[in-house]
Design a protein around this ligand. Structure first.
Ligand SMILES: Nc1ncnc2c1ncn2[C@@H]1O[C@H](COP(=O)(O)OP(=O)(O)OP(=O)(O)O)[C@@H](O)[C@H]1O
Length: 454
């Protein structure tokens, strides 16, 4: 029996207390529901009264997903079925699974699609250009070069293009990578190529050149590295020459990237260049509302004035806008506080300084390291000793030591109470790895630029 079946009664009770406005709505809609099947990460809920399925779907789908996740500690998809549509639903889920596998292979974040992207004054042109490329890849706008400041939606748009193309034609070979991955894989391939007679470089080339659509994020990080520019130049020519689509993002337009080789600059300027700027107040509000809807935050009934407070104060980075909302909810839930302006001010204090400048604090470094390595802050602060967590944790120690005035003891406290000698060992470990490991050097430099882009 799956954990959802085991805890079904508890899930129903949670639905009752948190989402049903009256006892009658619980007994009419929710209580009669049973589990038809739990398969992989999908819960099929059986609706015996066929006529009610649409109403139940519209009103209770998201609440069920939230309650199931909260009770079981795991996220599930939810599908409502009646005796008529069980088979159709199961086939639809199987197709979705297949698509998800294709998206995963292309390195795509399932949340970044055109549907979840808010079009506003700051991105109208970039959005239109992206949609045009998604509809006709390898055609008129090739390459598409999207540029703009930190956290403004470049990656989101790139993933949206890739999703759109794969949804229309799952046989297309689509690959999204960051320029960091491209560079580090090239470094590894060159290193192993010397040992293994070039096999590694051949497979590197196959991986990157053999694509209908290649998306390279944050191209600014390969600038200045001759061998990477050279390899990317050939990759570009190969794909473009074969009629494939290339999409590139950067923090600046090609003409302002000083160390970019002229031949690459010319190629980047062949296609279409689109910028994303900072969103205005209305767009920031629309993004907050969209996030509220997508993440099922409506149930916290966040007052309008609180959303307005966040949208007024977090101006130039959408990642920070979203981070503020997450922090607000976390404070409200964990500390059991009412959601009001005072709590919003508390949530924002780590994210913005009064003059809106970025101050390099251990908190900022922790956020960037956690996002970069895709390791949670709880794991960074925790006790797990596996290498996927130890390396980011030691990188955090190293960066705090280098970029802030914090003594080793306070860095240890930031990390959930590690002692001075553990931090000192971590800092030294990274210092010595940096002497010999070029890929780690590349990664650490990129994280530094993310912490402080100037
Ligand atoms: N217009 C938008 N609508 C909805 N969400 C958005 C929008 N723009 C950005 N976001 C969200 O903001 C966050 C940061 O966006 P993203 O990672 O795409 O930024 P970026 O420009 O690639 O940043 P970086 O320069 O750090 O690589 C993501 O969670 C993304 O979904």
């Amino acid at each position: 029996m799956s954990i959802v079946e085991e805890k079904w009664e508890e899930i129903l009770q949670k639905m009752k207390t948190e989402y049903c406005t009256s006892n009658i709505s619980y007994t009419t809609w929710i209580e009669p529901l049973t589990i038809y099947e739990v398969k992989d990460d999908t819960v099929f809920i059986f609706v015996s009264l066929k006529a009610s399925i649409e109403h139940i779907h519209d009103k209770y789908l998201l609440p069920f997903r939230v309650c199931i996740a909260e009770v079981t500690g795991k996220e599930y998809q939810v599908e409502f079925v009646t005796e008529d549509n069980v088979q159709v639903q199961k086939e639809a889920v199987a197709v979705k699974k297949q698509n998800d596998a294709i998206f995963e292979q292309a390195n795509l974040n399932p949340k970044y699609t055109f549907d979840t992207f808010v079009v506003g004054n700051n991105n109208t042109f970039a959005h239109a250009a992206s949609l045009a490329v998604a509809e006709s890849p390898g055609n008129r706008y090739n390459p598409l070069f999207i540029y703009g400041g930190v956290g403004l939606g470049k990656t989101h748009l790139m993933h949206a293009i890739a999703h759109f193309i794969l949804e229309n034609d799952p046989t297309k070979k689509v690959l999204y990578v960051t320029s960091e991955t491209f560079t580090n894989e090239l470094i590894d391939a060159l290193k192993h190529g010397k040992i293994n007679n070039e096999n590694a470089t051949t497979s590197f080339r196959e991986k990157y050149r053999n694509n209908d659509v290649l998306l390279i994020d944050d191209i600014q990080f390969i600038i200045g590295k001759e061998s990477t520019q050279e390899e990317f130049f050939h990759t570009f020519n190969h794909i473009h020459g074969a009629g494939g689509q290339i999409i590139i993002s950067s923090d600046k337009p090609p003409k302002d990237i000083e160390t970019l080789e002229a031949r690459l600059r010319t190629r980047f300027e062949w296609g279409l260049i689109a910028d994303i700027s900072s969103p205005d107040y209305e767009t920031r509000m629309a993004i907050l509302r969209k996030k509220e809807e997508l993440d099922g935050l409506d149930r916290y009934h966040i007052p309008d004035e609180v959303l307005q407070y966040i949208a007024t104060n977090v101006k130039s980075n959408i990642r920070e806008l979203e981070g503020s909302l997450n922090k607000l909810i976390a404070l409200a839930v964990l500390e059991n506080k009412p959601i009001d302006i005072a709590l919003a001010a508390e949530a924002l204090k780590d994210i913005i300084s009064p003059d809106q400048n970025r101050v390099v604090t251990p908190g900022l470094i922790m956020n960037v390291v956690s996002e970069h390595f895709n390791v949670s802050i709880a794991d960074l602060k925790g006790k797990k000793r596996n290498s996927e967590i130890v390396l980011p944790r030691q990188v955090f120690m190293y960066l705090c030591n280098e970029l802030t005035d914090e003594p080793l003891k306070s860095i240890g406290i930031e990390l959930g109470g590690k002692d001075h000698s553990t931090v000192s060992h971590g800092v030294q470990k990274i210092e010595s790895l940096l002497q010999e490991d070029e890929a780690l050097n590349n990664t650490v430099n990129i994280i530094k630029k993310k912490i402080n882009p100037i």
